[in-house]
Design a protein around this ligand. Structure first.
Ligand code: AHR
Length: 513
């Protein structure tokens, strides 16, 4: 077991819940549930042609010695089914704006090789293309989200891609059928460019808003398909981008994206995924909690220009971004994943439901082998990360109704002066059951929690906890996993209350009736 290295004096100040005797209280207003549903898409995923995400992580090809079905590795497929991925974004990311979809259809031997210029210059054989991705989505029961090429592609290319995927008849439908797929796929989400302010074309918001309208206009609806068109949005706190897009193009878009990564390092060093100090731990958490403020401010701009909420906010990239693991290609963004990542995931997934009236999709980056991944592979071997377990635990919130809550807790201040609540919770109800997900971010403090209901005299049906021997513990290849969920039976119901103590650095899900 690795120990967390403490290299500096702790600069952490905790207020409000400053000692173990002071408890967190959460009022759960089950009588006021019913207004808002949590879209399953808030728990979405992102898959890019980057490093070993697609090739090796998902696709090994039918000839591989790694057990596969039609080229998709079976271990990964089965694990992904268990977290019930609601939506999967593909093929990028920055990759999307250099991807030419016609290179990835038809007989494999005729597909050209391509250099992945964004990500390490790796040469790809285009064996994973539109058919392979959309068939994967069908196998997973997942809604596809296609990210179209605006940076280096043409209007015609995107228009034809949509036609190829969704038209029932015509030249593109015939070509699709000749390539083995008669029926159109169901494709709803189309992204019109990615990071068009950077790797997707280096455009200004004003210029991109016109470009967006042109590309969006010719991406047509065919048959039953009603596209949901997502414009490239801001990075982090670029509120001017959001404002310009909303002023110039809100009538043409269904969604506007946002990217927010948790990069806790300073200068050029993003810090190690596994070797971090207590100070870096809390800085990671306050940084990730900053998404709350960022979401609120972008939504404020959208509310003022679109009070009827016709345009959704789509956080289509989020997650931790640390230094690449030693010995791996720096362009492949491969990082390990510890209990710290699990806490990050839980904090985010507890924040997103606050904004369901405007926020309709969130995609963590990325699903396999890249950044804050669910799954890591090493040739034929696979591990499930702590983040995977959080996504599996939180899947009970998919399409459930928000149970409003009010929380009394304290504040954590990290060494860079950023603050966050020292307790994290969200709750939902479905089929007569209430699920309450909680996280205790403290490294060294168990926190007593009292949940109280409006009128329900609850009983706790089930509890599950994710914790680890140390916060930088991770699941490694060829070893017994150290970060795995376990049953949690320490929540006790009396009257209209449930009481429990949340262990330090843990995530707990309770099922209450
Ligand atoms: O997720 C990795 C990269 O981060 C994506 O390709 C890009 O959109 C973002 O900058």
């Amino acid at each position: 077991m690795r120990k967390l290295a403490i290299v500096t004096a702790t600069l952490l100040i905790a207020a409000g819940c400053a000692n173990n005797t002071q408890q967190v209280t959460v009022s759960l207003h089950e009588l006021y549930a019913g207004r808002d549903t949590i879209p399953a898409e808030l728990y979405g995923q992102f898959s890019e042609h980057l490093g070993r995400c697609i090739y090796e992580g998902i696709w090994v090809g039918p000839e591989s010695s790694i057990p596969n079905v039609d080229g998709y590795r079976i271990d990964v497929l089965e694990a992904l089914r268990d977290i019930k991925i609601p939506v999967l974004r593909w093929p990028g990311g920055c990759f999307a704006d250099e991807y030419h979809w016609m290179d990835g259809i038809g007989p494999k031997e005729n597909r050209p090789m391509m250099v992945n210029n964004n990500w390490g210059g790796t040469v790809e054989d285009n064996s994973f293309g539109t058919h392979e991705f959309l068939n994967l989505c069908e196998m997973l029961g997942t809604e596809p989200y296609i990210s179209g090429n605006v940076g280096s592609g043409t209007v015609e290319e995107l228009a034809k891609w949509v036609e190829y995927m969704t038209a029932e008849e015509g030249t593109m439908a015939d070509l699709r059928a000749a390539n083995g797929r008669k029926e159109p796929w169901k494709v709803k989400y189309i992204g019109v460019g990615n990071e068009s302010w950077g790797c997707g074309g280096d455009m200004t918001a004003q210029y991109y808003s016109d470009v967006f309208k042109r590309y969006a206009l010719y991406a047509r609806n065919y048959g039953e398909t009603k596209l949901f068109k997502i414009a490239c949005g801001a990075s982090e706190a670029d509120y001017d981008w959001t404002k310009t897009m909303m002023l110039n193009a809100r009538g043409q878009m269904n969604g506007l994206s946002l990217h927010y990564y948790t990069v806790p390092g300073w200068d050029c060093d993003k810090g190690s995924a596994t070797q971090f100090t207590e100070e870096e731990y809390y800085r990671t958490l306050t940084r990730t909690s900053g998404v709350d403020n960022i979401l609120r401010k972008h939504i404020g701009i959208m509310d003022s220009l679109d009070p009827e909420r016709k345009v959704a906010l789509i956080l289509d990239e989020w997650g931790t971004w640390f230094e690449v693991e030693p010995g791996f290609n720096k362009g492949h963004l491969y990082q390990q994943n510890t209990m710290r990542d699990a806490i990050v995931a839980a904090l985010n997934l507890n924040i997103f439901p606050k904004y369901v009236q405007r926020l309709k999709m969130c995609n963590i980056a990325q699903v396999v082998n890249v950044l804050q991944a669910m799954i890591l592979t090493d040739g034929p071997r696979m591990v499930l990360t702590p983040t995977y377990h959080v996504f599996r635990m939180f899947s009970v919130h998919h399409n459930a109704v928000v149970v409003p809550s009010s929380v009394k807790c304290g504040t954590i201040v990290s060494s860079d002066g950023e603050t966050m609540p020292d307790f994290s919770v969200s709750a939902s109800t479905k089929d007569g059951v209430i699920h309450v997900s909680m996280a205790n971010p403290y490294l060294d403090k168990d926190v007593p929690v009292e949940l109280s209901f409006d009128s329900l005299n609850p009983s706790v049906i089930k509890g599950e906890i994710l914790s680890a021997p140390s916060v930088n513990a991770y699941n490694d290849f060829g070893k017994e996993p150290t970060v795995v969920p376990a049953a949690f039976d320490k929540a006790k119901a009396t009257g209209n209350k449930v009481k429990l103590t949340l262990p330090a650095a843990s995530v707990v899900m309770l099922e209450i009736r």
